[in-house]
Design a binder for this molecule. Structure first.
Ligand code: UDX
Length: 430
């Protein structure tokens, strides 16, 4: 057991907190990670990882073994550190605002016990202006609040942390900014120093921009469906313009996850509260809803019988591959709607928890195809590309496949006698 005082305390061991804690320990910092969930802390102490995230178990084990990573349920342990990083949940409310009560409660506790001159960084996504609220809740003139947003993608969170495009530090005082920058010593990435409010805006702006980019590319795939053209060629031409960039141009069944829906809603909400209209932000959201409805309508069009009589097999339930997270997954929306329309839906996903799926589940990709009138791919799990399509075709009532994620090879599908439809591409003929 390491008895050195921690360099940094990470409060909250959810997705962001756990990634932050293990990565900072990997970088050589002495870290204490604090969470009020005793059961979770007990498991983390044993090296048990509660989420699916590539590389997390290795870094957790490394930190536990070399003693640089400790877990605690006590805020007293957090207060031993000169730097505290808040990674607490900020759930969405029905009007798009965020519930900041976890942050407020943490601030109230920390206020009594923080070291003189401590720096508290907010890593949770928070409404613009929260840094000032947190200062008020802490009510400590000697404690600085810094905004240090995260840009971690699920599935690649560790590499995003260790090899970032940028580290944004929003601070009023240079000394507080330096203290946060010191956490990242060992990372070869640019650090942008700015004020706390700009840092908060950067977080919302980045996620909203990416969501809008995807809404637009999904619109282009609908356009190609109707007017012809190949979406792959279109995005290749579009993305070759360096001002646009080729990343984040793959159409899908709509964007989802724990960040884009919440952050676009959050930005629209803060703008509304300020009496401003941000039509691009609103349109990105509306377009995504329209796109999901379009995917459902396409399923109804492609399947060769009325939906009430149709069996639909689905591959994929998580909002993207590489995670077990189904929060705001378009796949769930689409399945639930198909069920409402009377279709019989069975799904296979290699990682999602069956309890979170609004349809019958199966333990392998073949079972869902048995007697199916249509197979729909909703998540881009790489293993779907290697499924034996001849075997799939053999069990389906109609060998029809709608692949919204472009994981199925056209030639392989044709060879197996499967008619493959992919958004924005002319259908194959088998
Ligand atoms: C996102 C941001 O990328 C990350 O910086 C932020 O901190 C948290 O939110 P994440 O939600 O993990 O990360 O997923 P991301 O990889 O960004 O994908 C979001 C959604 O867009 C998913 O539904 C995904 O399937 C979809 N997507 C992404 C596409 O449909 N096409 C693409 O080309 C990329």
């Amino acid at each position: 057991m390491n008895h050195q005082p921690p360099d940094v305390a990470v409060i909250g061991t959810g997705y962001v907190g756990l990634t932050t804690a293990v990565c900072l320990a990997h970088l050589g910092r002495n870290v204490v990670a604090v969470d009020i969930d005793e059961d979770k802390i007990g498991r983390l102490r044993l090296g048990e990882v509660p989420i699916l995230e590539q590389g997390l178990d290795e870094l957790l084990t490394e930190g536990l073994q070399n003693g640089r990573l400790r877990f605690s349920t006590s805020y007293q342990h957090a207060a031993e550190a000169p730097t505290v990083v808040l990674c607490l949940p900020t759930p969405s409310q029905s009007d798009g605002g965020l519930d900041l009560s976890y942050l407020e409660q943490a601030a109230t506790k920390l206020s009594q016990i923080l070291q003189t001159g401590a720096v508290v960084a907010i890593k949770s996504t928070v409404p613009i202006g929260t840094n000032q609220k947190l200062s008020k809740w802490l009510a400590r003139e000697d404690v600085q609040v810094v905004s240090n947003p995260e840009f971690l993608r699920e599935g690649t969170a560790l590499s995003d942390f260790l090899y970032p495009d940028r580290i944004v530090i929003g601070a009023q005082q240079a000394s507080a900014a330096t203290q946060i920058a010191d956490l990242y010593v060992g990372i070869d990435g640019p650090i942008q120093l700015t004020d706390p409010t700009s840092a908060e805006v950067i977080k919302y702006a980045s996620n909203t921009f990416l969501a809008a980019k995807l809404s637009f590319v999904n619109e282009l795939s609908r356009l190609c469906d109707h007017l012809g053209g190949n979406i792959e060629a279109v995005t290749e031409g579009l993305g070759s313009d360096h001002r646009i960039g080729s990343a984040f141009l793959t159409p899908g069944p709509g964007w989802g996850g724990s960040c884009f829906p919440k952050d676009t809603l959050g930005l629209a909400h803060v703008a509304r509260m300020a009496g401003l209209k941000l039509p691009v932000v609103e349109a990105a959201r509306t377009s995504n809803e329209i796109h999901q409805q379009y995917v459902i309508a396409e399923i109804g069009r492609i399947v060769q019988r009325p939906l009430e009589q149709a069996r639909v097999g689905v591959w994929g339930a998580t909002f993207k591959a590489g995670t077990d997270d189904t929060r705001d997954s378009p796949a769930l929306e689409i399945m639930a709607e198909l069920n409402r329309l009377g279709a019989s839906v069975t799904v296979y996903d290699p990682a999602a928890r069956p309890a979170e799926i609004p349809a019958e589940t199966a333990g392998d990709p073949y079972t869902v195809c048995m007697g199916a009138d249509l197979l729909v791919v909703l998540t881009e799990w790489p293993e779907f590309a290697t499924v034996d399509l001849a075997k799939v075709a053999g069990t389906m009532r109609e060998p029809l496949l709608y692949d919204t994620r472009y994981v199925i090879d056209n030639a392989k599908a044709a060879k197996a006698g499967i008619a493959l439809v992919q958004p924005g591409r002319m259908p194959s003929t088998s």
